[in-house]
Design a binder for this molecule. Sequence first.
Ligand code: AKB
Length: 332
Amino acid sequence: RQIPTDANFHSTSFSEADQQRVLITGGLGQLGVGLASFLRKRFGKDNVILSDIRKPSEHVFLSGPFIYSDILDYKNLREIVVNNRITWLFHYSALLSAVGEANVSLARAVNITGLHNVLDVAAEHGLRLFVPSTIGAFGPTSPRNPTPDLCIQRPRTIYGVSKVHAELMGEYYYYQYGLDFLCLRYSGIISADSQPGGGTTDYAVQIFHEAVKSGRFECNLKPDTRLPMMYIDDCLRATLEVMEAPAESLSMRTYNISAMSFTLAELAQEVLKHIPELQVTYNVDPVRQAIADSWPMNFDDSNARKDWGWKHDFDLPELVTTMLNFHGSESR
Ligand code: AKB
C-alpha cells in the first residue's frame, strides 16, 4: 500500500477495499481535529467522523461529520459503528497524566472501561483499531535513557497504568481473536492550533503561546527535565503510516515513536533565539515533577524505523520556528 504525500492526496483513487470509513473517539482533545483533517485528505471528508461527548465549535462542526458518542455507552458506540459502516477506529478518548491523578475514578472509567467497550465493538465488527499509548506507560524502574519497546513497565500514574492495560488488552485481542490492533507510544505532542488538556508535557505547548502573548512563561517543571517530544504533523503522519503498513512488515503491535528529546532549558534557549526578551521562570509542581522524573528521557524507536520506515521531519529548531510562525501570525 502506498502512503500518500500532500502532493498526491487529492489525486489518489481508491478501490472499494482501500476506501475506509473512519471514526475518531475523543475527537475534541489535542489531536482529534488535526487527525480528522489529515485523514479527510486521504479518505474524503464524509468518510471521517469525529466524535466526542462535548459540543464542537462551529468551525469543527462545519469542517466535516461530527457525532455524539459516549465510549462508556456500548450500545451508542455499536450503533454508530453499524449505522456508519465504520472500518477503522481511532480511539483518542482518555484522561491524561496530570488530570488523571486529580480524578482517578473518572480516569479509570474512561481509560479502562471505555477501552473495553472499544475493544469489544472493534472485535465484533472486524475493525482496524488504533489506540495511542505514551511515554507515560513507563515508570521509575524502566530504563530511561534510552527506553526500548520491551522493558519493565511499572508506571505510577493511573494514566500510565491504563495505557499499559490498553497495550496488553489490545495485543491479547490480537492474538486471541485476530483483532487488527495497532498502538503507537507517543512522545509529548506539540501542536500549534490545539491545546493539550491536563498532561505533564503541556508546558512544551504553552511556552509558545505565552512567549508571543505575554513575553513571560512560568514553567511548572525544573529546567533540566528532559522528555521525548514530537511535532503534531509527525505524530499524525506516523499514525496513518502504521495503519497502512503491510501487516507482514510489523513485528510488533505496539511501537515507541520519537522525534526529539530536550530539556526545558534547551527549549527555552531555542525560543530565546527568536524572542530574546522572553522571561522564563520556574515554579515547580511536585506532582508533575515526580511524573516527569519517572518517564523516559530518550525514546528508542528503532523498531518502528526498521519495520515500517518511521522517520521524523521536525527537530527542535524547526519545531520552534513553526510554532512561533503560527502564533506570530495569529497574534497579528
Ligand atoms: C501527558 O503529558 O500526559 C501526555 C503524554 C506524554 O502522554 N501528553
